[in-house]
Write a protein that binds this ligand. Structure first.
Ligand SMILES: CC(C)(COP(=O)(O)OP(=O)(O)OC[C@H]1O[C@@H](n2cnc3c(N)ncnc32)[C@H](O)[C@@H]1OP(=O)(O)O)[C@@H](O)C(=O)NCCC(=O)NCCS
Length: 172
């Protein structure tokens, strides 16, 4: 049986992907980045890693990480609503975490809207725990941002966690 995970191809984001990236961002974010902002991010190759997920030739999602010293900040994880809840967000996170481990990072962090139940649940699966709240972090609606951290990602237990999630997604 062919599973969806076996059909998902993850690759480096390139400029020619940005139209599709913007299309998906506009569907899932209240304030999506413009193409110009996306391009600026993509051009910071030494401190950023952006990836896209495709099924056949369809762009289904994307994600990114910013490296600051020995820490990584997840900047975006977005899956086209038509493709959500099928393991694509998890596959993108696995890829970013493996990239971070290869870069010898030991901790990852991110901010998420306190109301974003789906993303918080996804991040918890990857070992992130709440570490604080930034009041009114999202200026559009004055919503608080939950700061989450995943520590010790370089240790074997975290690799085992990633492998277990990959196995689970592969058998869906
Ligand atoms: C968050 C997001 C990236 C998840 O992508 P996805 O492909 O649907 O996620 P997956 O199918 O890989 O789900 C992985 C896990 O995340 C959690 N999860 C995902 N969607 C969920 C939902 N709607 N409700 C509860 N948990 C959810 C679950 O733990 C899920 O595992 P399970 O299916 O075994 O229960 C997606 O919902 C999205 O693009 N949201 C809009 C953009 C966004 O808010 N990004 C985060 C910004 S900080």
């Amino acid at each position: 049986m062919t599973t969806l995970a076996s059909k998902v191809q993850i690759s480096a984001m390139e400029r020619y992907h940005l139209g599709e990236v913007q299309r998906v961002d506009a569907l899932v974010y209240v304030r999506p980045w413009s193409i110009a902002m996306l391009r600026q991010e993509l051009d910071k190759r030494d401190s950023r890693e952006y990836i896209v997920a495709r099924v056949d030739d369809t762009h289904v999602g994307h994600a990114g990480i910013m490296i600051i010293a020995d820490e990584g900040h997840i900047t975006t994880v977005a899956v086209d609503p038509k493709w959500q809840r099928r393991g694509i967000g998890a596959l993108l996170m696995i890829e970013l975490h493996r990239y971070a481990i290869d870069r010898q990072l030991e901790a990852l962090t991110l901010e998420v809207r306190v109301s974003n139940i789906a993303a918080v649940a996804l991040y918890r699966r990857f070992g992130y725990a709440p570490a604080g709240v930034r009041k009114n972090y999202y200026s559009d609606e004055g919503e608080d941002g939950l700061i989450m951290w995943a520590h010790d990602i370089h240790l074997p237990a975290h690799k085992e966690r990633l492998d277990a999630i990959a196995t689970e997604v592969a058998t869906r």
